[in-house]
Design a protein around this ligand. Sequence first.
Ligand SMILES: [Zn+2]
Length: 51
Amino acid sequence: MSQENIAKLRCDVCKRVNYQSTRNKKKIKEKLQLKKYCSKCKKHTLHKEAK
Ligand SMILES: [Zn+2]
């Protein structure tokens, strides 16, 4: 497994990195966008993949 496959998921509201996910960049070209709970915002927010 390579570090290349680790994607950080960052809250789009407070910009805090709350989750890590894996992504096969060779198979999936799109950036990840997920609705997840942010403990800082105390609600579900959109989390986008960060570098
Ligand atoms: Zn947040």
